[in-house]
Design a binder for this molecule. Structure first.
Ligand code: B12
Ligand code: SF4
Length: 371
């Protein structure tokens, strides 16, 4: 888009997208474009009631962040903007642009002048960190809270997951740079709670330990996603807890050894049990997500998962998600019938309720009502 006489850019996030926190992707893009000299504004239509069509004419370019959930709205608005003012350039970025490479892209992408695939920015420590200047932080549900990144990519390659398509290598930031960003946001945005949006916080245990060493002096709380690994010691989990970690979101996915192997999850059930026990022994709260109906999961394997959850109920504080398996574009797992997955989700919830295990009801209700 350079050299096309673009000076002002409006970055837009259309609904529906999860919006308890401001969007980290747009915060990074906005900071980088400002650094390159553009005049950048941000509009999150999930939290602001503004007519984009009325204000679009003030900008040379409108950049949309596209997810599978908001793609229809993005393309409809792109069409309307172009019909009203064909001179405005439309730029698309975000994870759905990547997914379109593997599916038949919708006709509406013809309204875009340019599309950015993947991350497209310099390495995490080489780009300016997001300041969230221009974001209406007080409108998001979580107060004094911001998303942040410690790493990109993943150290594993689970068969159902498209992470490896988004970032082909795993890279971790210098912990001191993360602390610099945290201190900035504490001071300027009054932030007390940081949610790491990494696919996993524990891909590089040495750097994680260093990060925790710094974080313990910052008087903040933080949460993150993590993988189950046998080499994570109680000592490191305690350091995480002591540095402000109050929750980990962990992808267990199945309680059947056969299904874990089919998924290529990279851990065994005894390793998962050991990991959960270690978290409990240092009182580190966590929640697990599960996938039911993965190809190869029969009734036997599904019942093994139920038994695993029953057996470990005193160690698993909460179930965060029970997802029916759905194939992501670009992965090589065959499609499984979603109806079967949904039937199993319902059976699973009955069991969890009977056992008195906590779960996230909003998630389950959305899923069941959405069917
Ligand atoms: C943290 C996370 C969550 C969090 C927070 C989500 C949020 N919206 O902030 C939670 C747990 C709530 C969540 C939920 C879900 N998630 Co999620 N999540 C992630 C994760 C791990 C990180 C997102 C992130 O902050 N990345 C860091 C930022 C900096 O990256 P980014 O947003 O991609 O932005 C960069 C580029 O895309 C690009 N870019 C972005 N926008 C724009 C715009 C322009 C104009 C340009 C030029 C460039 C550009 O530049 C940015 C900077 O480098 C990603 C996987 C990943 N590794 O990215 C999945 C991911 C975004 N999630 C995904 C999915 C499917 C879901 C769920 C549907 C899962 C479920 N079954 O419930 C829900 C949907 C929630 C919803 N309705 O929005 C998919 C989305 C696929 C797609 N095609 O849209 C991803 C990509 C994972 C995957 N499977 O591949 N998720
Ligand atoms: S550990 Fe998580 S992010 Fe990494 S490949 Fe597996 S599912 Fe994807």
């Amino acid at each position: 888009m350079r050299g096309q006489d673009i000076k002002s850019i409006l970055l837009v996030l259309c609904p529906p997208v999860w919006h308890k926190l401001p969007p980290l992707g747009l915060a990074y893009i906005s900071e980088y474009l400002k650094y390159l000299g553009y005049a950048v504004s941000v509009l999150d239509l999930n939290i602001e009631d503004v007519s984009l069509l009325e204000i679009a004419g003030k900008y040379d370019c409108i950049g949309f962040s596209v997810f599978n959930t908001n793609q229809k709205n993005v393309l409809e608005l792109s069409k309307q903007i172009k019909e009203k003012n064909p001179k405005i350039k439309i730029l698309l970025g975000g994870p759905q642009c990547f997914s379109w490479q593997f599916e038949k892209p919708p006709d509406g992408i013809k309204y875009a002048d340019n599309m950015i695939l993947g991350d497209a920015l310099p390495d995490l420590d080489e780009r300016p960190f997001p300041s969230f200047a221009g974001f209406k932080l007080d409108k998001y549900e979580r107060k004094r809270a911001l998303p942040i990144l410690f790493s990109r990519g993943c150290v594993r390659k689970c068969r159902f997951c498209s992470e490896r398509l988004l970032s082909d290598k795993y890279s971790v930031r210098d912990p001191e740079k993360v602390i610099e960003e945290i201190r900035y946001n504490k001071k300027v945005n009054n932030t007390k709670w940081f949610t790491f949006h990494d696919s996993l916080i524990n891909g590089d245990l040495k750097k994680l330990e260093q990060l925790c060493g710094h974080l313990k002096n910052e008087d903040i709380k933080w949460d993150a996603q993590a993988i189950i690994r046998k080499d994570m010691t109680e000592e490191l989990l305690k350091q995480m807890k002591d540095s402000g970690c109050f929750n980990l979101f962990i992808g267990l996915e199945s309680g059947s050894e056969k299904v874990l192997k089919l998924m290529d999850k990279g851990f065994t059930l005894p390793e998962a049990e050991m990991f959960f026990k270690r978290c409990r022994s240092v009182d580190l709260h966590f929640e697990v997500s599960l996938i039911v109906g993965f190809p190869g999961e029969g009734d036997v394997e599904f019942n093994e998962t139920l038994s695993f959850i029953k057996r470990n109920r005193e160690y698993i504080p909460k179930i965060a998600q029970i997802n029916p398996f759905m194939k992501y574009s670009g992965t090589d797992v065959s499609d499984a019938p979603v109806d079967m997955g949904m039937g199993r989700v319902k059976r699973f919830i009955e069991t969890v309720e009977n056992l008195g295990i906590k779960y996230t009801p909003e998630f389950v209700n959305n899923l069941i009502r959405g069917q």
